[in-house]
Design a protein around this ligand. Structure first.
Ligand SMILES: Cc1cc2nc3c(=O)[nH]c(=O)nc-3n(C[C@H](O)[C@H](O)[C@H](O)COP(=O)(O)O)c2cc1C
Length: 354
């Protein structure tokens, strides 16, 4: 079965817990993201929702995708809301138990029976809540188990449909990634994404793209670069330095979803065009519309309160805007706050992104 096309001109939206939900994925696709990942989904969460009493002979009925899409609910399954146009989609799982990851992946494949979805396994998250369970970057402390879980995921997903997202290792200086990635390749991994920091580092220090280059030299399967791709030019530089097959935008996209457009322009040898105030207002409005149509009302509003200050972070007056947004309780109020803010910037001719 042919896998995903992984090429430099096809940038990915990274898995981003709390951010890469359906509305943000659709927004980023509109601006040039070629592939998008879900937020990390707990394999255990899926498993225990199907087998609440742990009895594998008595599963609860699998929810239906169109119901999940319509319900604007809460909980693990909601993270999988996705209409057809949200393709190609990579579902990111986290979990450290092979059988549970396998069952979760099989259930998700059943959920998406009419659609081809891909999987990624999180071996990079350094958040204590995840690490405590042995998942995320903690998996790098136990490569033997990491491989066992990987094999189970590959068995469930099928050839060409499972990738793995790694950091360098857990402890600083402990370079697990190269050997582990080689073994993952041998086990049938379709791609490897590397965020070249150690788990313990969290987000401190710098991403070491030379490690991405080394990984690329040692693998035949595609390598995706992650880490400090905070601007389109950083991503182009990273591609040049590492020889990676494609890039994955994370914080860069959260702060400026136009990063996908700018990246495409740079690869084509064009001058990147940051958005003007009108375009920015249009994209904020689109994001709000998408959030309202796909998310629970209260959650949608809180998402927008979080995203908007990021989108306009280079404007003077963001602090006041943030305060207004914190107090904002309705969509009408939100529209007014944004319109006034953007209009003020337009009139004064202030630049959005320097
Ligand atoms: C808010 C936030 C949430 C994240 N959630 C996930 C996640 O769910 N799964 C994952 O593998 N990585 C996650 N990451 C890591 C990113 O996917 C990415 O690898 C990392 O931010 C490095 O890229 P950057 O420096 O360009 O942001 C998250 C990062 C941030 C900032």
């Amino acid at each position: 079965m042919p896998g995903l096309l992984i090429q430099p001109r096809l940038p990915w939206l990274a898995p981003l817990a709390g951010y890469s939900n359906l509305p943000f994925r659709l927004l980023c696709r509109r601006l040039g993201a070629a592939v998008a990942c879900t937020e990390m989904v707990s394999a255990k969460g899926i498993y225990y929702s199907l087998y609440p009493d742990g009895n594998r002979k008595r599963p609860v009925r699998l929810p239906e995708l169109n119901k999940i899409n319509d319900q604007k609910g809460k909980g693990t399954w909601t993270l999988l809301a996705s209409p057809e146009k949200d393709s190609p989609l990579v579902v990111q799982l986290f979990g450290a138990e092979a059988d549970i990851v396998q069952i979760a992946a099989e259930s998700i494949l059943e959920l998406f029976a009419d659609r081809k979805v891909y999987f990624d396994l999180n071996m990079g998250c350094s958040v204590p809540k995840v690490v405590k369970t042995g998942s995320g970057a903690a998996m790098l402390s136990n490569p033997h188990n990491a491989l066992k879980v990987a094999r189970a995921l590959i068995a469930a997903a099928g050839a060409g449909r499972a990738g793995f997202k790694l950091r360098l290792g857990w402890l600083n200086g402990e370079n697990i990634y190269l050997e582990l990635a080689r073994e993952l390749e041998a086990a049938g991994a379709a791609w490897i994404t590397l965020h070249p920091r150690y788990g313990r580092q969290a987000f401190t220090g710098k991403a070491d793209w030379s490690k991405t280059a080394l990984l690329k030299q040692n693998l035949s399967i595609p390598v995706l670069a992650s880490g400090d791709l905070l601007s389109a030019s950083a991503a182009v530089e990273c591609l040049e330095q590492s020889g990676a097959d494609a890039v994955m935008f994370a914080r860069g996209a959260m702060n400026n979803p136009f990063i996908f457009r700018e990246f495409g322009q740079m690869l084509r040898g064009e001058k990147p065009s940051p958005p003007n105030a009108k375009e920015l207002a249009a994209i904020i409005n689109l994001h709000a519309r998408l959030a309202r149509s796909w998310l629970d009302e209260g959650y949608a509003l809180s998402q927008m309160r979080g995203f908007i200050p990021r989108y306009v972070h280079n404007f003077p007056g963001v602090r006041a805007l943030r305060q207004q947004l914190t107090a904002c309780r309705s969509w009408a109020q939100l529209d007014e706050i944004i319109a006034t803010f953007i209009q003020g910037k337009e009139l004064s001719g202030e630049q959005i992104w320097k």
